[in-house]
Design a protein around this ligand. Sequence first.
Ligand SMILES: *Cc1c(COP(=O)(O)O)cnc(C)c1O
Length: 386
Amino acid sequence: MSQLKIPILNLKPQYQSISEEIKEAINRVVESAQFIMGPDVKLFEQEITEYLGVKHAIGVNSGTDALVIGLRALGIGEGDEVITTPFSFFATAESISNVGATPVFVDIDANNFNIDPTKIKDKITPKTKGIMPVHLYGCPAMMGQITEIAQEHELKIIEDCAQSFGARYYVTSSSDDSLCKDETLVTINGKATGTIGDVGAYSFFPSKNLGGYGDGGMIVTNDDQVAENARMLRVHGAKKKYHNEVLGYNSRLDTIQAAILRVKLKYIDQWNEGRRRVAKTYNELLADIPDIITPEIPDGHVFHQYTIRITNGKRDEVKAYLAEQGIGSMIYYPVPQDKLPVYKGKYPVNSVSDLLGEQVLSLPIWPELEQNSQSKVVEVLRQAIK
Ligand SMILES: *Cc1c(COP(=O)(O)O)cnc(C)c1O
């Protein structure tokens, strides 16, 4: 019996659609022999500032480095606390711990998988210096309330945008509108994620919405001093070569990656629109299946992942059945950050995050995914849930 295999992610159709441009870009860098901080890095940074509507963009080695350097550029370190979500990839909390600060976890909102702003205030102490929201799966966090809390308590916001390149926060579509002051909402409405807080940190890991062909990351900020700090930290803590002022990193964005990403940036809106189309189709096809909760589709959500909740307690069996039938799926993330071995026993329970850790299942999604493949995924899912 022939079986149509559908992976969780297929990067090949996208490459095929732009392969000539990509080869040209790579060749240009190789032939110029300017491999480290070549012209494409500066040009890409410039294009990012224009695309996102932000003053500074600083290319770095990875999304993780963007978080670490972003935190340090804001002056966050030893003895400080940073509030974040337990429901994310470990790089989020790891970056906070690695600068010597302590992650403080606030439970999530089950409707959008992101930090629940109504629970933040209880966790603020005199040591709290920042909030690190994650726009998980490409869904903007509730930035209205987060912005107000940060202003009131003089906290820095560093947005983990690893999964949200091209996402925008729209007031009308957000469930936290009613709790915010109009002025706050007016100033942030329609802004790109990453440009609302003090620092935005992006990842260009190949599977991300704007993915390179290797590691890469970007820090964005409107603050001149923070930008200067970040630029210094990415090259061993030196403003002037061989005059190192602080302990930094070797964390430059690779020039070949920058050249590739410049090509891909031109298509990102079209690709994100493709992801939204896939999400809408799934929501329609899945609507009548019991024990499945489909995600909300607010404006500005870019669906890095399409993630459903399976509420009958059989998520792992469903995933195994899909795999048997050749359908890829993933659990992002099976163990919330606060329960990982590295932090074991250190944190109180976050019950929503724990529950969703047992329910979530991400289905195949990429911009070019065809409707007949989606129908196949849903057909198998229907059998699995019975
Ligand atoms: C991918 C990811 C990161 C880390 O990005 P890298 O480029 O792999 O270092 C950080 N946070 C989240 C939420 C991610 O998904």
